[in-house]
Write a protein that binds this ligand. Sequence first.
Ligand SMILES: [Zn+2]
Length: 687
Amino acid sequence: MLPTSDDLQVIYGPNAAERVAKSSVLVVGAGGVGCELLKNLATAGFLRITVIDLDTIDVSNLNRQFLFRRQHVGKSKAIEAANAISKFAPDAQIRPMMANVRDNTFDVTFFRQFTLVCNALDNLEARRHVNRMCLAADVPLIESGSTGYNGQASVIAKGVECYDCVQRLPQKTYAVCTIRSTPDKPVHCIVWAKYLFDLLFGPDDDANVLKDLDLNRSPTPAQPKQNGEAQHTASAENGHSEPLDKHQNGQSPVPDSANGKHFEEQKQTDPRKRLRYSSDDTAHIFAERVAHRVFVADIEAQRAMEDLWRQRSPPILFDVTSAAKKEPVSLEKVDLLSQSVWDADHSAAVFMAVLRDIINHRVSEIGSLTFDKDDNHAMLFVAAAANLRANAYGVPLQSPFATKGIAGNIVHAIATTNAMVGGIIVLEALKIATSDGKIDKCVTTFVSQAPRGSRVKTILCPEMLTKPNPKCFVCSNGQPHVSVDLDQFTLKQFREYVLKKKLSMKEPEVYVANNILYETYHDLDEDDVEMYQSNCNKTLAKLNVENGTQLTISDFKQNLKCTIHISHTENLLLDKPIQERFVLDGNVPVPTPQADSNDHDSAEDVDADEVVEVGEERQIADGVADKSAERLGPGAREINSRERAQPDGEVANAHVPSKDRERDAGTKRPLEESNAREESQKKKARS
Ligand SMILES: [Zn+2]
């Protein structure tokens, strides 16, 4: 039952309860963390909530975005979340906005109306933008993220570390259709093999992108989009209507077991369509059925989609059952740490053997297994299945050692982590709302898989907020250095690739000394527009930008101004595409799995909820740990603790008085738009 306003007065005290009720909160994102957060805010007594989300609900969201039901698929997340909250918290005024938070409508004035802003976002670009808008509007921002078992929530305001103080790397993500129909890299095949393992041996999961392979659950194979870049699950695109699963029926989401309901259902359905194991099967029959369905029937179905193969070669059929008989293997002798590549025949032999072995030795676990890289059966299965998939699609085959390295880095969203992150955001929101927007009591809280801490071990570890990075160009006086070939890079490329893409600016203006190279003022006269367009196509050298030139960059949309130092390097990075031919100071090379060195997919391009995320090693830049939620991996927390350790070796969780922080921080007030405008006009007049 929801606490009444009387209850909240008892819990918070009368004044505090009133402040909470009167606070106006902006929630950006109504996905995994957003659903938890909205529910928590409403139950904690926040009555004025605005929620922005551009997305629509996908069937793959339903397993954790609990405000949505099957009938909401295809509808606005923001609107449906608001509807769901209003039903149990009728006093709360929820204002949903189906929009992109980077839209011009959401300017500094818009942000200023809120007591606080909560980010529940899934991509870097929007996070960086909201960070800048909140700093410009002087509104506290609670930034959050979750990945697998790790998560965090922190508070950003003037005087403490902002989102841009730490170097962020885009998340690696893959469109569902690439995994399902058009793999062209080993990692795509490995992700696919993990889904197949979970499909065969794990709990029922509507979000499994291969669920159409089980013909008893999906009447016809899914048809992916022709361009191979679909970002929704195949079944949603086809509009299949499947019966509500157990979760939607409100029944217990207990994993199926060999004796459970799922298998009872399967016995009643057409055995020829069955994919998963049934007690009617022998291990041998089961293995042959899976091999045929996956490497023959499904490949035939994929080959029949001719539009997919106009620009690329279709997959080939491979008789896994026959190939496996050429050189049978003994699983005990298979070395998973071997760095020699398995060929297709050997992969086939391992594939068939491991399927039989799981049935023969672990039948009681079927329905509750999920991929674990330290489970030998799971790893043997994935190494073999991924190679057979790669073989069909002409992708290089891998050694089991390489496969394990890639498979171990793949991270899936976990509802429990989202719930914990949603909870700690509201704890910080309550501190801000009850202290007139002050952040003195706020902390960063990390959620980790295993209990940590030197005094008390806990999976929720609070740490004091840190001071801004003096090199930050957003909240401090940081002045980035950019090396580029000035004779090759045009102003347009500089704005697009360096300022917008790399530094997440929105409408950057570029000045050199007293000259305006590019400006975005809304009532420019025609001559100016023409001149700036012509400037865009000129190389930086032609615009008198030289080695050592300092460019002044202003982005009025983000109330941001900074200086960028330019250095010239002839023929810089000629082997890279033009959009990567520059070096930004502190932008150290990122170690990527060998198999995936050319991948540029990221969360900025696709919705992280509808893609598969692949973790990487963390990057340390300028001695600052990259703590972004996307980057948190095993061991991340230890590094943070070391860096923040006090002289006595304890992790600091006491609060530093905010005055000290402000004095030391050397923060710079972002330009107010009017001042900046005046300055711009003066410069223009002088030039
Ligand atoms: Zn900063």
